[in-house]
Write a protein that binds this ligand. Structure first.
Ligand code: AMP
Ligand code: ZN
Length: 473
């Protein structure tokens, strides 16, 4: 099939035409969440943009297999090999076991993804499921001389590589700025950039989850999981590896080092990285105490899809600053857009030439390094164009395969023109009248019962000076 998607490859530092290893097929791996807390909306920006990439690939005809890990062991509180295990910290905080914490926050993660219309990857694998695979890879690395034991731990020897910093021309010193604040030198390391593959001795000996290994009872380092889990499901050659920009170093750098040393050949051709969501004080992070979650946005009355719309209006390679003011504007624009689509007459004949013209423009925007903001502009242009309602509706439905904004899902709205809206509105207004009459007769129990009945149907009433208002909740 024709390869027409272009995107920025962090490995070559260029926008490149994507060509998969096997014609028409794409193998794709995403670094999954560390499940010691809720995902913040910054993490979810990365997953929204990776979801966009996957959906574009499918939209233009590729058969995609996407794999994601769940980090439920080994991610220490510093991305370097120092500090406490993040999972253990979470378990202590909540007085639960590590596995309970992992289950709770994994479920919470996928529930957030569901609200944001992020498709669940074809394979989701927790790190704790793959201990045998980690041990095998570490054994091979030891046999090949790429790893060594010291002080009870097994380390990867970065001095054995021709090139360790594959993603950057920067020196180690420059790369480490901003990554570690509390650099804690490990005297066992032969080289400063070496990293742990397997721990049996760490400063934090109360690690809850430990497994038998040829090197003693212990647990894996963080980086090994992504190499093993991706190879387990996608084989020795991979097309695209994704993550947020903070993963480039050290996580992805270490993944490449160990994977290619193990395999003896190049592993992954394209590296896709999403820039950060920041708040006014800088990068959003889970360790900062209070952080923004999907539930927090919901509790403030935002539809999570407004956040998706906000992300799609920005480019994945630019940092994005979050503010409620911008989110409010996005919410108003989103509501207007959906209402406009709701007024389109359904049924009737689709004008094929018009359909193809706008589909082509939409696809061209997406294939131009995932220009989702431009793709949304094509959607607006299409709605204004001289096309039949049936054609516009068919296009909106088609574009939503990628945008996933529920553009054509009928919903309640006081001014909505769709049939569903009209029926709902008539029903709610009749109930409001009934409640008014009950109140007039001082039958407050009945009035309350009507309010409760509506609430059960997802309609909330509000008594205001201008009269009774209602909204869908
Ligand atoms: P974690 O759960 O911390 O392992 O992170 C999950 C994903 O979110 C990774 O791909 C990170 O690179 C990404 N990430 C972390 N912080 C941000 C942020 N502020 N904005 C966008 N992505 C982020
Ligand atoms: Zn990873």
């Amino acid at each position: 099939m024709e390869n027409k998607l272009n995107f920025y490859n962090t490995l070559t530092k260029k926008v490149e035409r994507f060509v998969p290893n096997e014609d028409g097929k794409v193998s794709m791996y995403t670094c999954g969440p560390t499940v010691y807390h809720y995902a913040h909306i910054g993490n979810l920006r990365s997953y929204i943009m990776e979801d966009l990439l996957e959906k574009i690939l499918r939209y233009i005809g590729y058969d995609v297999k996407r794999v994601m890990n769940i980090t439920d062991v080994g991610h220490l509180s510093s991305d370097a090999d120092t500090g406490e295990d993040k999972m253990l910290k979470g378990a202590k905080r909540e007085h639960k076991s590590v596995m309970e914490i992992a289950k709770y926050y994994t479920d919470a993660f996928f529930s957030d993804c569901g609200k944001l219309n992020i498709k669940t990857p074809d394979v989701v694998e927790p790190a704790t499921n793959c201990i045998d695979e980690f041990i095998h890879m570490i054994q091979v690395l030891l046999e090949k001389g790429f790893a060594y034991g010291a002080g009870g731990n097994i380390y990867f020897d970065t001095s054995r590589l021709k090139e360790y910093y594959v993603f950057s021309n920067l020196s180690e010193k420059e790369l480490l700025v901003g990554v570690r604040e509390d650099v804690d030198e490990d005297a066992n390391k032969r080289n400063k950039s070496d990293f742990v593959l397997w721990f049996t001795k760490s400063k934090f000996d109360d690690q809850e989850l430990k497994w038998e290994s040829p090197w003693g009872l212990g647990y894996p380092g963080w980086h090994i999981e992504c190499s093993c889990i991706s190879m387990k499901h996608l084989g020795e050659y991979m097309d695209i590896h994704c993550g947020g920009v903070d993963n480039i170093f050290p996580h992805h750098t270490n993944e490449v080092a160990q994977s290619e040393s193990y395999l003896g050949h190049k592993w992954c051709n394209y590296w896709f990285h999403v820039h950060h969501l920041n708040d006014k004080s800088g990068k959003m992070s889970k360790s900062k105490g209070e952080f923004l979650t999907v539930s927090l946005l919901e509790s403030r009355g935002y539809d999570p899809l407004v956040y998706r719309f906000f992300c799609l209006q920005s480019h994945y390679r630019k940092p994005l600053e979050f503010s409620y003011e911008v989110l409010d504007n996005m919410g108003a624009a989103y509501e207007k857009l959906v209402k406009r689509i709701g007024t389109l007459e359904r049924g009737g004949e689709v004008d094929q030439a018009g359909f193809e013209e706008y589909r082509g423009k939409f696809e061209a925007a997406l294939c131009d390094d995932l220009n989702s903001a431009m793709a949304i502009t094509v959607l607006y242009d299409m709605l204004k164009a001289d096309l039949s309602d049936a054609t516009k509706f068919a296009l909106a439905e088609d574009f939503d395969r990628v945008l996933s904004l529920n553009l054509t899902v009928p919903r309640a709205g006081k001014e909505g023109d769709s049939k569903v809206d009209a029926e709902l509105e008539a029903f709610v207004l009749a109930k409001i009248e009934e409640r008014k009459a009950a109140k007039k007769e001082k039958d407050f129990a009945k009035a309350d019962a009507i309010r409760a009945e509506l609430l059960e149907k997802g309609i909330a009433l509000e008594d205001t000076r201008e009269g009774v208002k209602w909204k869908k909740v």
